[in-house]
Design a protein around this ligand. Structure first.
Ligand SMILES: [Zn+2]
Length: 349
């Protein structure tokens, strides 16, 4: 199957009432782990690359691997997404490679660190939407600012510093025409999200629900949504790792989000933990081994297990065969003639 439009994938998820995991990749083993999980659970999937990943793997290596994944798994709808694009140019270069979706994170300035003004965010996001939609490519925008830093991207503060204002979310969706909207509800990137199991004082599910009430048909995106389970932390620490105790976003909160308009859930940290734990185990238990396959294979298997579990928990499992992919050229026509809406339905307060 060719790479599909993320808009189509999310529209289908909305119809089916489920969420779709968006998993970050940097190398072949991670891509294979995701595809093994998607195949096993028959899930449509979003694969995403940050700027850091594109740099690490080099654009062409990474994109050719995704193309191989699509070719080898014709029964799986795959959207390839630029995670946290920092500028029009970054998004444009992803589209030139063949990515079917981009995130323009205009919540930060181009340095990927300094929070921008609302007007700056609207302006750059709108420009990316115009450019991308003409080419049938999906756009995710962000309003509010996530906490933490990942791959050098992020304001670095607490997740509570810039919680999304529902009125601003409505205005942003109207002014930009984005297909999906990332919101800040207290989550942070990286492993250290919460210092205890999060409650409503730090994880603002009420804000998410308020935004969904105003924008009932807008696809919401949860960033920084690894669950950082204790068993994955223990696995690392047992074999010489030194992670401090930390809490992520509980799966049941993500499921509450999915019942309230969340269609894309970004997961990276959980996979990183699974990979590192598996490699440490091989090193600790069989220090005589030196063939990289001896630890990359269990690492890939450990990530596959986490991804397959999330696919089941998010509800995307079993939905791979629900629909045929619409060619990207047809998606572009849909944006142009208005059959694919770019104006949100706004409910009264
Ligand atoms: Zn993010």
């Amino acid at each position: 199957m060719p790479l599909v439009s993320m808009r189509q994938l999310l529209d289908e998820a909305a119809k089916g009432g489920y969420g779709v995991g968006a998993f970050n990749v940097n190398d072949m083993e991670q891509i294979q782990a995701i595809m093994m999980a998607a195949k096993e659970t028959r899930s449509p999937v979003i694969v995403q690359a940050s700027r850091g990943a594109r740099q690490f793997a080099e654009d062409l290596y990474l994109f050719r691997l995704i193309q191989a994944a699509a070719e080898l798994n014709p029964e799986i709808p795959i959207a390839m997404h630029q995670d946290h694009g920092n500028s029009f140019e970054t998004c444009k270069s992803a589209i030139a490679l063949g990515y079917t979706s981009v995130m323009m994170d205009g919540s930060l300035k181009e340095d990927g660190k300094t929070p921008s003004s609302f007007e700056e965010n609207v302006d750059v996001t709108r420009r990316v939407v115009d450019y991308a939609h003409e080419r049938g490519v999906t756009v995710e925008g962000e309003i509010g600012v996530l906490g933490g830093v990942e791959d050098g991207h992020g304001a670095g503060g607490s997740g509570l510093d810039h919680i999304t204002d529902p009125d601003q979310a409505v205005e942003f969706a109207e002014k930009t025409g984005v297909d999906a909207l990332a919101i800040a509800i207290g989550t942070s990137h990286g492993a250290y999200k919460f210092t205890k199991k999060p409650d409503g004082s730090v994880l603002k599910m009420d804000v998410l629900i308020a935004i969904h009430k105003r924008l009932p048909h807008t696809h919401l995106v949860m960033h920084g949504s690894s669950s950082v389970p204790k068993d994955l932390q223990d696995e690392i620490n047992k074999d010489g790792g030194k992670l401090n105790e930390t809490w992520g976003v509980p799966v049941e909160e993500i499921q509450l989000g999915i019942r309230n308009g969340v269609r894309k859930i970004n997961v990276d940290t959980d996979n990183r933990l699974a990979i590192t734990g598996a490699i440490r185990k091989v090193f600790a238990e069989t220090p005589e081994k030196f063939d990289p396959r001896d630890y990359l294979k269990p690492a890939r298997e450990a990530m596959k297990k986490v991804v397959a579990l999330r696919m089941t928990q998010f509800g995307q499992a079993g939905h791979a065969g629900d629909y045929a992919p619409i060619p990207i050229t047809e998606i572009a026509k849909g944006y142009a003639n208005g059959t694919l809406s770019t104006q949100p339905l706004v409910a009264a307060k």
